[in-house]
Ligand binder design. Structure first.
Ligand SMILES: [Zn+2]
Length: 277
């Protein structure tokens, strides 16, 4: 996903790009926001930006025209001066489909088969589909999407071991490896397995944790991360996004945006309920 595809959050986008450009990116970032603000999309966009063969001047991918990368991206997106991934190089194409071999994902899942602790990757095709359909969805939407019903989602000890294994491998195509963990609230005490990795990650490894509820996170993890607070969207952003992305009637969009409290997911839900009535 490119930064340009995300509803507003201009300041956060700028902050992230500057951290990359000035080599001030920490190895572990914690994106903290309320639901419906686009935090997960920002994590996708950042991972795509740092693996893009054109946008990232540090990229060592062969054939990348990296010196001229930022010029190219400026031309590609004339509407904004926001630096962005190019969206068309082989690396971007894979990142957009959530199929880049160096961008890994962890998220809460439920047991598929009794007796075998689940891994996030067991649900990777559902994950890709979910993100395409509901980029602003929350964890409830996700668990419904995978048919969890009333089962509690988890990021298991098994998953933590898998993360440790994956990140110990050399990267496949990009100079960087990224792990995006959505809803680390679901880690529980298992998360302590990851402390060493977060504190001393292998070279060129970036962790992005995307969370909504700080008190539910392990303090030992929070203290090891650079926190990026992502604000709720403005009412005007929601109104505009409903009209442009969802073809909502402008009068309806204004009404819904006024009660959605900066939460784009909530705005879509309100619309859906209004239609059902
Ligand atoms: Zn690219």
């Amino acid at each position: 996903m490119q930064f340009s595809k995300i509803i507003n959050q201009q300041e956060v986008k700028q902050q992230l790009v500057e951290l990359v450009q000035h080599n001030r990116l920490s190895h572990a970032l914690l994106f903290l926001s309320k639901e419906g603000s686009g935090a997960l999309s920002l994590a996708f966009a950042l991972s795509q930006y740092i693996t893009c063969e054109r946008a990232n001047p540090n990229s060592q991918t062969p054939n990348s025209n990296s010196l001229f990368g930022s010029e190219l991206t400026t031309h590609d997106s004339q509407l904004t001066t926001q630096p962005d991934s190019c969206g068309i190089c082989p690396s971007c194409l894979k990142a957009i489909q959530l199929m880049h071999p160096d961008i890994h994902f962890s998220y809460p899942v439920v047991t598929k088969k009794a007796g075998s602790p689940p891994l996030s990757v067991d649900y990777i095709s559902e994950w890709r589909e979910f993100i395409k359909l509901h980029p602003y969805g929350n964890v409830y939407d996700w668990l419904q999407f995978i048919g969890a019903e009333n089962k509690q989602g988890n990021i298991t000890a098994n998953e933590c071991n898998d993360i440790i294994r994956k990140l110990s491998l050399k990267s496949f195509e990009s100079e960087y490896k990224v792990l995006i963990m959505w809803m680390p609230e679901y880690l529980g005490a298992e998360g302590n397995k990851l402390l060493k990795l977060i504190e001393e990650p292998p070279p060129n490894t970036l962790f992005i944790l995307v969370a909504e509820n700080e008190p539910l996170l392990l303090p030992t993890i929070v203290s090891r991360c650079q926190m990026i607070k992502i604000p709720a969207l403005e009412t005007s952003d929601i109104e505009k996004a409903l009209i442009e992305r969802n073809n909502t009637d402008p009068v309806k969009a204004r009404q819904v945006a006024a009660t959605a409290e900066g939460n784009y997911r909530e705005a879509l839900q309100l619309l859906q309920h209004a239609e059902e009535d």
